[in-house]
Write a protein that binds this ligand. Structure first.
Ligand SMILES: NC(=O)c1ccc[n+]([C@@H]2O[C@H](COP(=O)([O-])OP(=O)(O)OC[C@H]3O[C@@H](n4cnc5c(N)ncnc54)[C@H](OP(=O)(O)O)[C@@H]3O)[C@@H](O)[C@H]2O)c1
Length: 198
């Protein structure tokens, strides 16, 4: 399996730090190209490698760390996404009100999945503020928790395994229409920073 982070802002940068901390190779891309990456990310080479967006999208597992409304721009770069896992770390937030976007009751990751034809979409990495996501996930004797939801059990397991490799404790919640709604922005599990003890 190889990994890509799409987006090099607060969440992309936090994820890059976790991949580097756990020595898991990953590529990272943004709109403006490798030279624009901040020094905090450049310094994570060679574990974290900057690439052009189209090259990064060759990865098996693609983590979306871009604004919810920007996801269509990324998805348009390919016709089909068969065989790939797209990890949705976005939150569908209406600004400046800072409230959940009105998606007519549809899970936000279902909206994302409609853009990525053929991909297995898994929601993860969206529940913690960026500074907490970037922090050491091993806390005392425990591990900080991240939630995982998706409609494909194998893909959920793959992402839960990545979450554990990065040092977090994964809780798999089920389908996007169930767990996805619980963990998305506005849901009861959003913004909860839990520590699994032991
Ligand atoms: N910040 C948080 O605490 C937090 C917590 C949980 C979830 N999230 C979610 O994570 C996602 C990213 O948030 P963030 O705070 O990391 O945002 P951010 O700091 O603004 O970074 C956004 C990144 O997305 C890229 N981008 C923007 N528009 C794009 C487009 N049209 N096509 C391709 N790439 C595009 C930007 O590329 P350039 O650098 O080239 O401009 C940038 O690297 C959002 O959906 C947010 O809701 C954020």
């Amino acid at each position: 399996m190889n990994y890509a982070i799409i987006g090099s802002g607060a969440i992309g940068g936090a994820l890059a730090q976790q991949f580097a901390r756990s020595k898991v190779p990953v590529v990272i891309a943004n709109r403006r190209g490798p030279a624009s990456l901040p020094e905090t990310i450049q310094s994570l080479a060679p574990t974290v490698t900057a690439k052009e967006m189209t090259d990064a999208l060759n990865a098996d597992i693609i983590i979306l760390a871009v604004p919810f409304n920007a996801v269509g721009d990324v998805a348009r770069l390919r016709d089909r996404w068969d065989g790939k896992i797209v990890v949705d770390a976005t939150n569908a937030i209406e600004f400046p009100a800072f409230k959940p976007m009105d998606l007519g009751g549809k899970p936000s990751s279902e909206v994302i999945a409609a853009h990525f034809r053929g991909a297995n979409v898994v929601k993860a990495f969206n529940t913690l503020p960026a500074a907490v996501l970037a922090d050491e996930p091993r806390v005392g004797n425990g591990h900080r928790t991240l939630f995982v939801s998706g409609n494909h059990a194998d893909a959920n397991e793959t992402v839960a395994s990545l979450v554990a490799t990065l040092g977090f404790s994964a809780i798999t919640l089920g389908r996007l229409s169930e767990g996805g709604l619980l963990q998305q922005f506005g849901g009861p599990l959003a913004l909860h920073s839990l520590i699994k003890q032991g």
